[in-house]
Design a protein around this ligand. Structure first.
Ligand code: NIG
Ligand code: FE
Length: 411
């Protein structure tokens, strides 16, 4: 199966080499080719070049991209896309003055979603989640990470991960799964956090591992949830099952979780709305990717991750949605890229790097996703006719996507 894209106004994020990620100043470079063609063969990027150099290829299926840009599909490295029901009542409560933390203390928040999920069948959970997955694929996402963490019982956590895995099997999009049993202390363990951690370590982790349900392990390292010591305990235990950490940290408070994540060779540390100098130092000379989730900041009206500071410190940065029913009921990576530019003052080049190659890195997928590179998966966005790539974050409210290809197939 061959497919040729011709007359591409600008082909973005061309990386000839097998680049893992971009950091610091290099984030402001976005290699492109104007007036280009792209050849797809068997779901992979076979070749690309300038229109002036295009040799006749015989009669193959062709998409004329006159006036349109082509870029790698988004790599969304942090979502909770598998969940049951919604929490729009809590949204209204927040409008009326309650804080996110106050709602959680009243038994809302994560525990509210856990109750809903426990009472939802696996088939129904799959149906609701598949609807969201189809939506984000149409919005240009070509690889996605999905976490558990709304089960909080062994049975319900496994159910979530089975649904996430099945989505990856049934859809062309690449899905990576993360076990987030330590998302909150369930009500049955109120006042007995250590008892719940025992359950996670002695029962959940071994089952998740033996059924090969997760690629990564996560914990919500935050005041009122799990401490740095809890994080150390869980990540040490998870290492026995070769589960690499990707952790929730520094959302509301800086308590030293970033250094702990780095110590455990976390692939990524996510949220980082609150950052100290010590946190930045901990990230330097590490292989850990900092991940910002600007639509969470937008929805909760909390600070934005100081992305500029991270980049100035020579660090890389990835952008993801955090799609979940409580803090970010949106899986739209186009909005994330625009919000990173508008609110975090990232340049379009930096934001596109953060949402493609660096997002791929935060899922262990840089060898196959995140750039226009020969041999990588043919996951691309074809935009509508637009003046330039700066127009993508600029016209933040418009749908600028014409076509999404995943493995070379139209979504
Ligand atoms: O990443 N911060 C922790 N977990 C989720 C939100 C959980 C919820 O409110 O349901 C997040 O924002
Ligand atoms: Fe999250």
């Amino acid at each position: 199966m061959k497919l040729l894209l011709t007359n591409i106004k600008e082909l973005l994020q061309i990386r000839e080499d097998r680049l893992e990620k971009v950091s610091g100043k290099a984030m402001s470079e976005l290699p492109t080719l104007k007036d280009a063609w792209l050849l797809i063969e068997d779901g992979r990027i076979a070749d690309f070049g300038k229109m002036t150099d295009l040799k006749p290829l015989g009669s193959i299926e062709t998409i004329d991209c006159t006036g349109k840009l082509v870029l790698p599909a988004w790599c969304d490295s942090h979502t909770h896309l598998v969940y049951a029901g919604n929490r729009e009542q809590e949204f209204v409560d927040r409008i009326n003055g309650l804080s996110y933390q106050e709602i959680a203390e009243k038994g809302g928040g994560i525990l509210n979603s856990a109750k809903k999920l426990q009472n939802t069948s696996e088939e129904e959970l799959y149906r609701q989640s598949a609807e969201r997955l189809e939506e984000v694929m149409k919005l240009g996402t070509g690889a996605i990470e999905i976490k558990s963490g709304y089960g909080l019982t062994t049975e319900a956590e496994l159910k979530m991960l089975r649904v996430a895995k099945k989505l990856g099997e049934n859809y062309p999009i690449t899905v990576k799964t993360t076990f987030l049993g330590a998302h909150a202390v369930p009500s049955e363990y109120k006042g007995n956090k250590d008892g719940y951690l025992d359950l996670i370590c002695n029962e959940m982790l071994p089952k998740v591992a033996s059924e090969k349900l997760a690629d990564y392990v996560d914990i919500f390292c935050e005041e009122g949830y799990f401490s740095v010591a809890d994080t150390d305990r869980l990540l040490s235990e998870a290492k026995k099952y070769n589960l690499i950490p990707k952790i929730h940290v520094n959302q509301f408070n800086a308590i030293g979780g970033i250094a702990m994540g780095v110590q455990h060779k976390a692939l990524s540390v996510d949220h980082l709305e609150v950052l100290t100098e010590a946190d930045i130092q901990a990230l330097q000379n590490s292989q850990t990717m900092p991940v910002a989730l600007p639509s969470c900041s937008y929805f909760l009206s909390i600070p934005y991750t100081p992305g500029r500071e991270l980049i100035s410190a020579g660090l890389p940065l990835a952008l993801a949605t955090d799609y979940n029913p409580g803090s970010t009921p949106s899986g739209n990576m186009n909005f994330v890229v625009a919000t990173a530019c508008i609110k975090m003052k990232l340049t379009p080049e930096e934001a596109i790097n953060a949402a493609t190659i660096n997002g791929a890195y935060a899922m262990g997928l840089s060898a196959t996703h995140g750039s226009i590179t020969k041999g990588k998966k043919a996951n691309v966005i074809i935009t509508k006719p637009i003046p330039s790539y700066g127009y993508l974050p600029y016209a933040f409210g418009s749908n600028l996507i014409d076509t999404v290809l995943i493995n070379g197939e139209k979504v």
